[in-house]
Design a protein around this ligand. Structure first.
Ligand code: HPA
Length: 241
């Protein structure tokens, strides 16, 4: 058991899918997994382990864990997954706000790297920069899997922000957009940093839920199907040759 995850040592699989929303973790588990075990209910941050079908591989043992919103929350769960449960691979499946013209609700984004306005890495790296990156094998495997499925995907930088409501400067996102940043979300920079520091593998696969340049947003139906797409890609990436 760790402080925020009430699981026995071997109750969590080496590969963990990580949605922000714990109820999304439950839906992924209920709809896509067999032989389910609920290993965490502490603070309602649900975690499940079960068997999932992967094409050409039969069934594989995978866990799905809510991370909560924002980097401090994700940091607690991912630290404990790495340090107390020996997790080797974490794939975030989440949503993001698109920053570039031409992007649409429902588009898939794979985060190659993550900028951040957070202070977390400035504290860790004594005021200097660290460039949080996806695991290269997972990244390439996810791109290949998306192409093989004919699912268009954008690959590049994202912004992991601490401020969902950036009312101090509603146009600040344009600064990041002008440097090619594809989308804004709130977790990936910390996930990639922790994976780098612990020698583990991480990837963020994101669906565009809202588009900042136009104000468009994903409808409920698109939200549902997007998580199935992301989980399919995540598993294909994790179990690629
Ligand atoms: N901002 C921050 N995080 C997000 C957004 C957004 O617009 N959309 C989805 N996650």
């Amino acid at each position: 058991m760790s402080i925020h995850i009430g699981a026995e040592k071997d109750a969590i699989a080496p590969i963990v899918l990580l949605p922000g929303d714990p109820l999304r973790a439950k839906r992924i588990a209920d709809e896509l997994m067999r032989d389910l075990q609920t290993y965490n209910t502490v603070r309602g941050m649900l975690g499940f382990t079960g068997m999932m079908p992967v094409p050409d591989m039969g069934e594989v043992r995978v866990s799905v864990q809510g991370s909560g919103m924002g980097m401090p929350s994700l940091s607690i769960y991912v630290n404990e997954l790495f340090n107390s449960y020996g997790v080797k691979t974490v794939v975030r499946v989440g949503t993001c706000g698109a920053l570039q013209d031409g992007m649409r609700p429902g588009d898939l984004v794979i985060a190659q790297g993550a900028c951040s306005d957070s202070n977390l890495n400035r504290r860790r790296y004594r005021g200097m920069d660290f460039a949080p990156l996806a695991d290269a094998d997972l990244l390439f495997a996810a791109i290949r899997a998306a192409r093989a499925r004919g699912e268009p995907v954008r690959v590049g930088n994202v912004l992991s922000t601490d401020l969902f409501y950036a009312d101090h400067d509603p146009d600040e996102w344009k600064m990041w957009a002008a440097s090619g940043v594809l989308a804004v979300e709130m977790e990936t920079a910390e996930l990639y940093t922790l994976a780098a520091r612990k020698g583990r593998r991480a990837l963020s696969i994101l669906t565009v839920s809202d588009v900042l340049p136009t104000g468009e947003a994903m409808n409920a139906q698109e939200r549902e199907t997007s998580f199935h797409h992301m989980v399919g890609l995540a598993l294909a990436a994790c179990f690629a040759g």
